[in-house]
Design a protein around this ligand. Structure first.
Ligand code: 5AD
Ligand code: SF4
Length: 428
């Protein structure tokens, strides 16, 4: 979501005549697109903003802008201006489109801008210019915002309520991206399964996927993120039947303990979640299932944590994003009693070790088999090698040259190393 938003920022700048430069010391403008989902994201953003202060001394014309979630928190925009007075422009998540005006104002009258619109339901904007940076893959927003208010999460406060794009606009953009040569399109939303609920025209995620599945051609579709309470059997069936929709589902469970799930306001139980996983596995046997997991949430006991480990062992995720709970001001969980950091640290270490073991075991099952891989890029730090993903979302590195990028290649896996798979192009 954040990367795609940065592509939109770059699109605005490109339209104004700016072009990408190799490093920040050559820049005429630097835009920081911030995230505040966890404290370390915010600290990193502030650290990065602090680290360019000296550039402003060397080049007083340099424009510094800070945008995104962090600025949208209560008073954060003003605090930012007070603590980092050399920042010229501060824009909230709803004001991104004002970047051009703000830059022009600064150029013409040296006037700085702080624009944070607290509206929880801003209009959905269409026709945004995007400067795409992700090679063969393109990101496509289907909706914005979130209605769920998980008690740990800042997103609904900084991104507002759910707003879906009209299906016709999504399908138009989808087809345009295919015409432009993108081979993989990832549909984006904080909770894609509730797509269309706000439209009152009968749109739903299942209907959208059905329409997308009808679009012919050799390409792949992924989507993120799903909420376990809303991922229904209809959607699972559509994925199972469609050759273009990848057998890959990201289904964040957060915790394996019913007590913690309730405190998190997640609206499902571990039993309900495991039922959904069973349905996925029976309909889509080769599905790559990934998740988000959190440890150290208020009131989490050793027994609750064991429940999370148990889920990890039962589901066998191909990979998982693991997080230590981070207190977010203004959320309900911030008022609950907090877990000592050393307990969280111990749990996250054990959780990562458990997941790594499973990822390694699953990787082994790929060895000796042939998979269709969409070649996406040169392999990092490996001359003469390229990399791409299987339908299930696993990263594969194999020998080949850049001309393969953007094409589908059958690769025989001959080695695995934790999450990484290595192979050779399979003979015809
Ligand atoms: N602390 C830690 N992790 C969080 N996430 C969201 N809010 C927090 C928080 N306060 C994680 C969740 C979510 C992912 C995007 O980030 O696991 O699924
Ligand atoms: Fe945050 Fe929950 Fe919404 Fe995800 S579903 S963005 S975790 S509030």
């Amino acid at each position: 979501m954040n990367i795609h938003e940065s592509e939109k920022i770059a699109g605005i700048l490109e339209d104004m005549g700016y072009s990408e430069c190799a490093d920040e010391s050559q820049a005429d403008i630097i835009v920081f697109n911030t995230c505040c989902i966890r404290d370390n994201a915010e600290k990193r953003a502030l650290g990065n903003i602090g680290a360019v202060k000296h550039l402003k001394k060397i080049n007083p014309q340099l424009i510094l802008a800070v945008v995104g979630c962090m600025t949208q928190q209560e008073d954060a925009g003003l605090t930012l201006r007070q603590k980092y007075p050399y920042v010229d422009i501060v824009l909230g998540t709803n004001n991104l489109f004002e970047l051009e005006n703000c830059i022009n104002k600064l150029r013409n009258s040296k006037k700085k801008s702080v624009l944070i619109d607290p509206n929880e339901r801003p209009e959905v904007r269409e026709g945004e210019k995007v400067y795409r940076t992700s090679g063969t893959n393109a990101w496509l927003n289907i909706m914005y915002g979130c209605n769920n208010f998980c008690t740990y999460c800042i997103v609904p406060y900084v991104r507002g309520r759910e707003r879906s794009r009209k299906m016709v606009n999504i399908l138009d953009e989808f087809k345009r991206l295919l015409d432009e040569g993108y081979k993989e399109i990832t549909l984006l939303g904080q909770n894609v399964n509730s797509y269309g609920h706000d439209l009152a025209d009968g749109s739903s995620f299942a209907k959208l996927l059905e329409e997308i599945a009808k679009i012919e051609g050799k390409h792949r579709v992924r989507f993120m993120t799903s909420h376990p309470k809303d991922l229904n059997r209809e959607v699972i069936d559509i994925i199972a039947q469609s050759p273009t929709i990848c057998n890959n589902i990201h289904l964040p469970i957060q915790s394996g303990s019913n007590k913690i799930l309730q405190l998190m306001n997640r609206h499902y139980t571990r039993e309900y979640y495991l039922d959904t996983i069973d349905a996925i596995k029976s309909k889509i046997p080769d599905c790559g299932i990934t998740t988000d997991l959190m440890v150290g949430f208020p009131y989490e006991t050793e027994e609750d944590f064991e429940d999370t480990l148990d889920i990890v062992r039962k589901v066998k995720y191909s990979s998982a994003f693991t997080f230590v709970y981070s207190v977010r001001r203004g959320t309900k969980a911030a008022l609950m009693p907090q877990i000592p950091p050393e307990v969280s640290k111990d749990r996250i270490t054990r959780l990562i070790a458990e997941q790594n073991k499973i990822t390694k075991e699953l990787s082994k099952t790929y060895e000796g088999k042939i998979f269709e891989v969409l070649c996406e890029d040169k392999a990092p730090k490996k001359e003469g090698f390229v990399c791409g993903r299987t339908d299930s979302g696993r990263l594969v590195t194999f020998k080949g040259d850049e001309s393969l990028i953007g094409s589908f290649v059958n690769v025989k896996i001959n080695k695995s190393q934790s999450a990484s798979l290595f192979g050779d192009i399979a003979e015809e």
